[in-house]
Design a protein around this ligand. Structure first.
Ligand SMILES: [Zn+2]
Length: 180
């Protein structure tokens, strides 16, 4: 940001890094693009872990087009180290690896369970098919023999009931109705 100092000269407002280091931020400041004024904590965290000169050295070692990602990972690593001074990022990586292996074993268990259920379903379907087969043949033979008897009954005897219905009790015709 351009502004005028007490003598009227144009100066640039310092980036978060230069402000914390209490130094003049120039147009060639290596830190300015990555540590904007509105996020002072970002540089403060990285500075506590790596120190300003190391941050500058590391940034200068990174190709221009990858510097933003490099600084982001530097800040991430610094914050992890502040959270967990012993393991830092390695602790986070270890925790995530544990989580991955736990989820992988859960997945393997669920896959085995699913396979077992599929097999059970297939067995059940096979069992139903096996049961249905003899049932249907016996029903067909039963209905065939039943029809034969029924037809024989009708050819050799007069119908059992006057109206031909087989639902009515034949004795009802012989008895007086219960009411008139
Ligand atoms: Zn600066």
């Amino acid at each position: 940001m351009q502004m005028a100092d007490r003598n009227g000269r144009q100066t640039t407002s310092p980036c978060a890094a230069c402000k914390l280091l209490r130094r003049r931020c120039t147009e060639t400041c290596v830190l300015a693009p990555f540590f904007p004024q509105n996020d002072p904590q970002r540089f403060a965290d990285a500075h506590r872990v790596f120190g300003a000169s190391n941050i500058v050295k590391m940034i200068e070692d990174i190709p221009m087009d990858k510097r933003a990602d490099g600084v982001s990972s530097m800040v991430y690593e610094a914050r992890a180290r502040l959270r967990d001074p012993v393991y830092g990022c390695a602790g986070t990586v270890w925790q995530l690896q544990q989580q991955v292996s736990k989820l992988q074993s859960e997945k393997a268990m669920l896959q085995a369970e699913l396979l077992h259920m599929h097999l059970q379903q297939a067995n059940l379907a096979a069992l139903i098919m096996d049961r249905e087969q003899p049932l249907s043949t016996s029903f067909e033979s039963f209905s065939a023999s039943h029809n034969k008897i029924f037809l024989q009954g009708h050819t050799s005897h007069s119908p059992l009931y006057k109206d031909g219905s087989d639902e009515q009790d034949p004795h009802l015709d012989a008895c007086d109705p219960l009411w008139k």
